[in-house]
Design a protein around this ligand. Structure first.
Ligand SMILES: NC(=O)c1ccc[n+]([C@@H]2O[C@H](COP(=O)([O-])OP(=O)(O)OC[C@H]3O[C@@H](n4cnc5c(N)ncnc54)[C@H](O)[C@@H]3O)[C@@H](O)[C@H]2O)c1
Length: 434
């Protein structure tokens, strides 16, 4: 049966089902279509399904033309899970957030799997790509698949292969980012390798699904901890009158043993502020504390308040109080040149400033209207950055350094700029670094 599936993958007659058509799932759909597979997309969000089937895109860096091309090639999106029976491969790319107690919320992964179980059949391969703690595939997915009467490794194949998508990164695409894969059994791994080597240049096999799950967490914890480190170095350097960005640039000339990480107003995105705590939670089961993760989390979580204190200092120098000052937050997506707002520290900055009585607005060419967010609300639209507009604010808070901003113009007309991204390298009378 496995040979059969591998044959079908190799000759591209296998149908690929991708469940969860967001930042991770949609690029994967397009990649499998590009290399000649027929792909079925499954998502619970009706609006997304309708948009895709009408040839539209809801992700800024994915052009509607790519969706239209995929539709022509036979791509089809649906909310009907029973159609999973007709595919050979199911790749799960659903969210893995934290709950209100900052513990893993696996409900999306489990609900999706439960919804698929009635339609699983012999000869299929199921791959989980969502970031999660080591043990999820084995402890949660395996029993569910087995409950469908399928024997994993014999008549059904189960792998974990973490996604490494970096939206907006122009140097790497889905096909050029190596893909780690761990199988529940040797035969599962073989099927996983066959699947992914059709779409990516390099597949990196590891010995188990747990090792693959831990690999993804190590990558993201490495980033969270190093960002925590430079954020702490930033606060210390600031007190000492040293510019941390100059220091990182100089240290970055060392050809070995140093990788630059950059400080900022706090962590953002769906991965770095969240994923490390999946390990923290799981480690407790083994009586272990993840102290680096907790410490980095504490340092990074303090950044928005530290930045606000810099805004207060800057206004104070000009004889102004934060209350009733007009503040323009520049960039509210969580990182440059994308429209993704998830966990964006800019939103926390806006809330902290507004909470202290400031009159807050924002400008972000990627986010024309402040979006609907589960826990945040601002009835605002992006301000157009004219010279007059820039000059009208008491403070411009540079939170996300999008390529599209005219930084020279902003510096020429702003009364005060608080720069959290090290954009202004040279000393300027109206720029404070934060
Ligand atoms: N965004 C990234 O850059 C990135 C990078 C690496 C890993 N990841 C991981 O990949 C996973 C997915 O992230 P994302 O950014 O694509 O999320 P996303 O929110 O953009 O997309 C998830 C999609 O899943 C759909 N969905 C939710 N519940 C569902 C269900 N029960 N059945 C079917 N579809 C359902 C949602 O409607 C949405 O379209 C997460 O575990 C994330 O940590 C994300």
């Amino acid at each position: 049966m496995n040979t059969n599936l591998i044959e079908r993958i190799k000759n591209k007659s296998a149908i690929i089902g991708i469940v969860g058509l967001g930042y991770v799932g949609l690029p994967l759909v397009l990649r499998y279509m590009e290399v000649g597979f027929k792909v079925l997309g499954i998502d619970v969000d009706k609006a997304k399904v309708e948009k895709l089937n009408a040839g539209g895109s809801y992700i800024e860096h994915i052009a509607p033309e790519s969706i239209k091309r995929a539709l022509k090639g036979g791509f089809d999106a649906t909310g009907d899970f029973s159609r999973a029976r007709g595919v050979d491969v199911l790749i799960l790319c659903v969210p893995t957030p934290l709950n209100q107690y900052r513990e893993p919320d696996l409900s999306f992964v489990l609900d999706t799997t439960d919804a698929l179980v009635p339609y699983l059949r012999k000869g299929q391969l199921l791959s989980l790509e969502s970031t999660t703690y080591p043990g999820t595939t084995e402890e949660e997915l395996l029993p569910r698949v087995t409950s469908a009467g399928l024997e994993v490794g014999k008549d059904f194949f189960l792998v974990y292969s973490p996604e490494r998508e970096d939206p907006g990164n122009q140097s790497y695409t889905t096909s050029t980012i190596p893909k780690v894969c761990g199988g529940q059994t040797e035969t599962c791994l073989k099927a996983g390798i066959a699947l992914y080597q059709e779409a990516v240049e390099q597949v990196v096999p590891v010995s188990s699904t747990k090792a693959a799950e831990m690999t993804k967490l190590l990558e993201n914890i490495y980033r969270a901890v190093n960002i925590g480190l430079v954020n702490e170095m930033k606060v210390v350097s600031d007190k000492m009158g040293i510019d941390i960005h100059e220091v990182i640039k100089a240290a970055g000339t060392k050809p070995f043993g140093f990788t630059p990480f950059y400080p900022g107003p706090g962590l953002g995105g769906h991965c770095i502020p969240i994923d490390p705590f999946y390990l923290t939670w799981k480690a407790r089961e083994y009586g272990l504390n993840t102290r680096f993760i907790e410490l980095a989390g504490e340092v990074n979580a303090n950044m928005p308040s530290w930045v606000v204190s810099k805004v207060v200092d800057g206004l104070n120098e000009a004889g102004k109080a934060l209350k009733n000052s007009k503040i323009l937050v520049l960039g509210i997506a969580y990182k440059p040149n994308v429209d993704d707002m998830r966990e964006s520290p800019s939103v926390e900055l806006m809330e902290l400033l507004e909470g202290k009585g400031a009159l807050v607005e924002y400008s972000d060419p990627h986010v024309p209207v402040f979006p609907q967010m589960r826990e945040h609300h601002f009835d605002l639209q992006s301000i157009e950055l004219t010279e007059r507009a820039v000059a009208s604010y008491d403070c411009i808070l540079l939170a996300t350094n999008h390529r599209g901003f005219d930084y020279d113009m902003i510096q020429s007309y702003a009364k005060l700029i608080v720069d959290t991204r090290g954009v202004y390298q040279r000393k300027q009378h109206n720029v404070i670094k934060a």
